[in-house]
Structure formats: structure tokens, C-alpha cells
Design a protein. Structure first.
Length: 153
């Protein structure tokens, strides 16, 4: 079965620490990421072994996916593994300090569709296109959120 990889990134005029916090605090992330309903086990701050369910509101067909946090390297990296969804594989987010601000990157690493309908969706090219569109939207919303809170660096 074919696997998919992608990388998206954005530069943000914010400290790497604030970007990392906005990505790993589920309550904060719920505020700046409309259209994505999140449920998590335990506290709102990401921790190793934590499961998070993301439901995309208004998606057709209905879309949801779950991750387990498999690695945390504050304030630089978050590693996740798909669980119990139509996908298998890993993803990561990385925050890289820049002279002014930071770069936030999202990596999809060898993700494979699970099940017949997911395979069809990806085979038609819809899966990767949808993923890229939603990732770009999330990164732009993160930038807007952080830059509205941050004084110029």
C-alpha cells in the first residue's frame, strides 16, 4: 500500500516557547483553531502517552483522527502516532528559532490509509490535498493567534 509524506511550514514573529505552548496546550489550541473539536485524556498540557481525538466540524465525509503523543522535546519538537483512525503512521511538529521569531513545521511521515474508504479517498488524490489544505490553515491560524499576542521581537 502506498504511503504519503508531506511537510508544511510557516514563519511566525513569536518566541519558540510561545509557539510550542500554543501547540501543546489543548485548551489554548482549541481557542485558536476553530472548526476542530478536540478531546483529550488527562490534563490540557500534552504529555507522553496522551491520546487526543480531533474531529473536523462540518467535514463531508465526517472526518476525525486520533494521535498518541510519543515524544516531547520542549520547546522544539512534538511526535505523534496515529491511533484508532483511518490512518496509520507518524507525524511531528517542530519549532525552529529564527533571528526574528520562529519557524513551525509539520511533518507527515509515511502515513498510510487504513480501510477501504480511506484507501479510495487517498487513491483519488483527495486525502493528501485535504491534509495539505487543513495543515496550511492550521499553521496560518497559529501565526495569526501568536502574532496577535506578541509584541514585535
Amino acid at each position: 500500500m502506498k504511503n504519503y509524506q508531506s511537510q508544511d511550514e510557516i514563519e511566525i514573529l513569536s518566541s519558540p516557547e510561545k509557539a510550542y505552548q500554543a501547540l501543546t496546550d489543548w485548551e489554548e489550541r482549541s481557542r485558536w483553531r476553530p472548526g476542530l473539536k478536540m478531546k483529550w485524556q488527562g490534563g490540557a498540557q500534552a504529555f507522553l502517552g496522551q491520546d487526543i481525538l480531533f474531529e473536523i466540524e462540518g467535514a463531508f465525509p465526517p472526518a476525525h483522527f486520533s494521535y498518541c503523543i510519543t515524544g516531547l522535546e520542549p520547546p522544539r519538537r512534538i511526535y505523534m502516532e496515529y491511533i484508532g483512525s483511518a490512518l496509520s503512521g507518524r507525524a511531528a511538529m517542530e519549532v525552529t528559532p529564527l533571528e526574528k521569531g520562529c519557524r513551525v513545521s509539520f511533518y507527515w511521515m509515511k502515513v498510510e490509509p487504513k480501510g477501504f474508504w480511506a484507501w479510495i479517498y487517498f487513491s483519488l488524490g483527495l486525502g493528501i490535498a485535504t491534509h495539505r489544505r487543513r495543515t496550511t490553515q492550521t499553521l496560518e491560524l497559529l501565526k495569526k493567534h501568536l502574532e496577535s499576542l506578541t509584541k514585535p521581537i
